[in-house]
Design a binder for this molecule. Structure first.
Ligand code: TXA
Ligand code: MG
Length: 323
């Protein structure tokens, strides 16, 4: 059974205990600003294998290597000028850059899935302090069983993986609430592999060039992002303007939804219509809705701009046909 350590109550013990367990080659759950990560020593193949076992991931996908700083990242990967600008501007933060891995990096092939590139991110707060104390990068996918919704609280992790891992560090609710935005620069072209917690418009404003959205074939390059990746049990219905009495309504911005008063339950991702607040609430509300039985979970329309791009991406996956 996992031990829970709260970083606001015991910050030093959280780091010390986490380092001990990581050094033993075991994965632990840690808070990041996006979602909780299932973190293990990125240089230790046995530790990375444990991540896959705990998640029940059917196959090896490349994992993001989390760094304490850009300085640490530069020891493991090569940064083209545009990636460098993005790293300097947006790290620490919800941005993952896919860049060539250095041949001399001790990061194991199981983290990169044998690719010549690596996804690198410097997270905010506790996670980067932990990585600095541990002294090595941490491989960390979201801390959930494969195919389930990513956790945004320690309680979510405990309910899902509490029996399988020795330690969960509790850092409260994840402030961003959706996974990092993944960018890959190739021949000076900036490509979006996954919309996420950093608004693409901010990236475009910083670089002064457009970001290319991936078409479907390219999206395979981020294979963790398969359809139905975020599936709750009940079917998900999008762009709902009316809701049945046997459905759950998830509203946004307190829109008028026909039948809303007689739905099984009503949630609102952000009554004020704030997309950042909606992203932060998304997974927790999906999980709550998932505990109730309903014919479907009906989501009101959500604007596509800003963090709405990442929200709509996750919802489209949740609504995708199931195998
Ligand atoms: O916010 C996040 O990114 C969270 C927190 C824990 O940091 N992590 C996360 O990891 O979402 P994960 O494993 O669920 O998603 C990582 C994504 C996958 O879609 C994977 O395929 C992609 O990153 N990825 C990693 N390395 C890559 C590479 N070299 N080339 C292309 N895609 C890569
Ligand atoms: Mg995930």
């Amino acid at each position: 059974m996992a031990e829970l350590i709260d970083i606001t109550l015991e910050p030093e013990r959280a780091i010390a205990e986490a380092c001990v367990v990581l050094a033993r080659g075991e994965p632990i759950a840690i808070p990041t600003e996006t979602v909780y990560g299932l973190a293990a020593d990125a240089t230790n193949p046995a530790a990375i294998t444990r991540i896959y076992e705990v998640k029940g991931r059917p196959r090896f996908n490349p994992l993001i290597a989390h760094m304490s700083s850009l300085e640490m990242a530069l020891k493991h990967a090569d940064f083209d000028p545009l990636s460098m600008v993005l790293a300097q501007r947006f790290w620490p933060g919800p941005l993952t850059l896919v860049v060539p891995v250095k041949s001399e990096s001790p990061i194991h092939d199981l983290c990169t899935a044998g690719l010549s590139t690596i996804g690198v991110r410097v997270p905010e707060g506790f996670a980067s302090l932990l990585i600095a104390a541990f002294g090595r990068p941490l491989a960390a996918p979201s801390a959930n069983t494969s195919g389930r919704i990513s956790p945004t609280s320690a309680a979510h992790v405990f309910a899902d993986l509490g029996e399988k891992i020795p330690l969960i560090v509790d850092g409260g609710a994840s402030p961003v609430g959706v996974e990092s935005t993944i960018i890959k620069v190739e021949d000076g072209i900036v490509r979006l592999l996954r919309p996420g917690g950093l608004d693409v418009a901010e990236i475009e404003a910083m670089l002064g060039v457009p970001v290319q959205r991936s078409d479907h074939a390219e999206a395979i390059e981020a294979p963790g992002m398969l359809a139905s990746h975020y599936a709750p049990h009940a079917p998900v219905r999008l762009d709902a303007r009316s809701v049945g009495h046997d459905e759950i309504l998830v509203n946004f911005g307190n829109q008028t939804i026909e039948g809303g008063d007689t739905a099984i339950t009503r949630f609102d991702l952000s009554p004020a219509g704030d997309l950042r607040e909606a992203a932060a609430n998304l997974f927790a509300i999906m999980k709550k809705a998932d505990t109730l039985s309903a014919r479907a979970i009906a989501f009101a329309p959500i604007p596509a701009e800003g963090l709405g791009e990442a929200i709509n991406d996750r919802l489209a996956r949740a609504a995708a046909p199931r195998e």
